[in-house]
Design a protein around this ligand. Structure first.
Ligand code: PHE
Length: 344
């Protein structure tokens, strides 16, 4: 057999193999290009054929023409099949197309910055043996004020600009201290709880005030609880919050009707050594209100104030987040700005 005939057979086999494995129109185009174009395999064989003797041409010519006819027909057929399969797949997709299907891989949600910080604070409280509790956001005057030693007409009420509901005596809680009362009513001691949640104040908003924000309350009740216990607990808690073992705290006298003595607690600025814009160059940061639970509060919950004592403290989560992330407008936390929210 003359060599070109074996070569034609080889080209045919590789054409068949390529066609068999092709599944897309693009692959078919590539095959057509490789075999049928002017630079293709068949053209190359044609050119080769021209260089051969008359006798060889007579033998190989018909074989090569047969290959070309075969290849053209096979390729055409495969193009048609491919088109049919595409149309069928499209029809099938259109039939079962679900306009309500969510493309949830496009955008992923993330936990709100409040949730992230609350989770972290809760973990710290839990590590200290505290339990997480929640109270209602719609409160009664009793839980938000009266039981906390803030009777009607007490000037301290004016400091809380309250959202009153149209139903008498109902309001949106102005602080998480209301949860203290729900917990104390259970009278199970020793008692150690933290209570995170939203609070509301009917005041004008600006970059550092919002009508809704978030607090976390800590409450501990047992026998012989002292101011030293409060300071030590808060220091341990804040050292964990800011992940700084040498964080210091200091107390300044203050007034909250539900604690006696009442204090405000500052911590040494965890962001600098020599003074920065966050601590306003004072090296201290005001963080929370605190104090020993007022005997009147214990009494209003039916607890013997001669036997039990305790401490409470409350801090704002928004301020904590603003300091940590350098956020300059408290209103951003409630805004629907995805660009802001997805940073966390
Ligand atoms: N409830 C107080 C506030 O919202 C904070 C506080 C809590 C103070 C517990 C003392 C004890 O400002």
């Amino acid at each position: 057999m003359i060599p070109i005939i074996a070569e034609i057979e080889q080209v045919k086999q590789s054409f068949i193999a390529a066609l068999d494995s092709a599944t897309t129109g693009k692959e078919l185009d590539e095959i057509r290009n490789a075999f049928m174009s002017r630079q293709g395999e068949i053209a190359r064989l044609m050119a080769l054929l021209k260089t051969l003797s008359l006798e060889e041409k007579r033998q190989a010519g018909p074989v090569l023409h047969e290959l070309r006819a075969y290849a053209e027909a096979a390729l055409d057929k495969k193009y048609q099949q491919n088109e049919q399969a595409g149309l069928q797949a499209l029809a099938c997709r259109e039939q079962s197309f679900d306009v309500t299907a969510l493309r949830y891989h496009d955008k992923r949600g993330s936990l709100h910055i409040y949730s992230q910080i609350i989770e972290k604070l809760e973990d710290i409280f839990i590590s200290m043996g505290y339990t997480v509790v929640e109270g209602p956001e719609v409160e009664t005057e009793f839980y938000n004020f009266d039981a906390l030693n803030i009777p009607k007409n007490h000037p301290a009420r004016d400091a809380h600009d309250t959202f009153w509901l149209t139903i008498p005596s109902l309001l949106l809680r102005t602080h998480t201290s209301a949860v203290q009362i729900h917990t104390l009513e259970k009278r199970e001691f020793p008692l150690a709880i933290c209570a995170p949640g939203r609070v509301y104040r009917n005041e004008a908003t600006d970059a550092s005030h919002n009508f809704m924000f978030t607090q976390i309350e800590g409450l501990f009740i047992d026998k012989n609880v002292s101011m030293a216990n409060l300071i030590a607990t808060v220091q341990t808690f804040l050292q964990a919050v800011f992940e700084k073992k040498d964080l210091k705290v200091r107390a300044r006298p203050s007034y909250f009707p539900f604690v006696e003595p009442g204090i405000e607690i500052d911590c040494s600025c965890p962001f600098c050594i020599a003074g920065c814009s966050i601590c306003k160059k004072t090296k201290w940061i005001e963080l929370m209100g605190a104090g020993l639970v007022h005997p009147n509060v214990l009494k209003s919950c039916g607890i013997d104030e001669q036997v039990y004592s305790g401490f409470a403290f409350g801090l704002g989560i928004d301020r904590l987040a603003m300091m940590k992330y350098g956020i300059n407008d408290i209103r951003l936390f409630q805004s629907p700005k995805i660009g802001f929210l997805e940073q966390f």
